[in-house]
Design a protein around this ligand. Sequence first.
Ligand code: COA
Length: 524
Amino acid sequence: MDTVGEEYLRRRESMLAKLEELADEHAKAVAGGGEKYVERHRKRGKLLARERIELLIDPDSPFLELSPLAAWGSEFPVGASVVTGIGVIEGVECVITANDPTVRGGSSNPWTLRKTLRAADIALKNRLPYVNLVESGGADLPTQKEIFIPGGRIFRDLTRLSAAGIPTIALVFGNSTAGGAYVPGMSDYVVMVRERAKVFLGGPPLVKMATGEESDDESLGGAEMHARTSGLADYLAEDEHDALRLGRSIVRSLRWRKLGNAPLAVREPRYPADELLGIIPEDLKVPFDPREVIARIVDASEFEEFKPLYGSSLVTGWARLHGYPIGILANARGVLFSEESQKATQFIQLANQSRTPLLFLQNTTGYMVGKDYEQGGIIKHGAMMINAVSNSTVPHLTVTMGASYGAGNYGMCGRAYDPRFLFTWPSAKSAVMGPAQLAGVLSIVGRAAAQARGQVYDEEGDAAMRAMVEAQIEAESLPFFLSGRLYDDGVIDPRDTRTVLGICLSAVNSAAEPAEGRFGVFRP
Ligand code: COA
């Protein structure tokens, strides 16, 4: 790759501009409920959600925050009033979630719920101990209709984690009322902070309404009461720092052992990660060679390409990443043809034979359409690939580098295909099809319908409709919007891709190697 040419520099500038926007959006999540609420929180002598996490994890160890843009584009603050991610406590990778009490009292809105459920799912699939830093006003009451019934899963997940032998730990720093009381209620280990934790099914006003009984916070749900009387608290912490110390000590006593594969020797790539900034064209219609990406993320930049001469718009091959063997499928020229689908199917089967995790690098506009391709069996070949992706049992990781359109999103292991982790670059776009194509299809369908009714088609209205639809679809295909809806686990700086994937591969190997599965019936 020419790393001094004009094209490279232009692409790099464009990516850097997108990264600046990303930093602005991340800053919103970090700001939580804003200055006023942060200050009030501090005045109460409390630590912020991210500070709690920082003190909980091993000094100078990374924290892979997940879905920091959750709720982006919604009526709720970016970040969805909860922080989730993977961090290392006493040498043990754990999923950590922390309510952000500066955002509407840390209450859970529909996006908080999705983010919390996703965190529990990651803990379960990857067998990671689950640590909850609790301080929440419970359900966001005005949107209760969207969270109350599905929200029951939070408690179900906690007890299923426990049943699967995955430890669940709740450190309660403040309010944990009503349904929230079942977070400590369902956890294996519970720490409560003296004079701060409040854990009750109903607070004093509700009790008064229900039974007429006069009570106070401490006797209903204080830490001391739960530690001495109800037995819900296993440990009574003197203050927040003490609770975090106890949390670390509990994890240490788990004597946790990973059951997956250990990494082989790690070798850094021969090409610098910084050059990843200059690869993606500003216009996603322009193809780029994913080998340039692979060379900058895999160990020693070594890639053993499989079937390079066949179905060449999909690159497949073997590599290692942070010492973990992986198989890679990467789109080269956007469109998937029958050959690419057959090659992908074979490759996925091979990875399953050798029990090698798969990495999907997405830049696809979907499966090829047209008479020749339909007659050539593009549906059945695409279906074969989707069948293989769906039923493959080795862990999958997906990175959306560029386009992710149409059924290409499915075949390349999009969100609905349950990759263990899915990250997006700021250059990505995803939708059922491109905005211009979608508006054009609507226009053709509208024109035909008008003709069938014997009406004259309103050309002016058509042009306005097209412009409006194009703008809407474009906005809805952008990474912040999609990340806001939890369609990925976060938008990342391309330069961090190797580190992020390395953390994911390590996390994946906390679980035992998954059992072999069966593929469905292929129609060759
Ligand atoms: N739903 C929606 N908004 C909520 C909320 C909830 N469950 N809990 C708090 N908020 C809002 C408050 O209305 C307030 O908004 P405002 O600043 O715009 O007026 C903001 O969040 C901060 O709340 P505040 O009460 O000032 O914070 P606090 O730190 O002093 O107290 C709580 C936090 C959680 C103890 C307290 O807000 C509370 O008791 N909330 C209701 C808890 C409850 O009964 N939930 C039902 C669960 S099913």
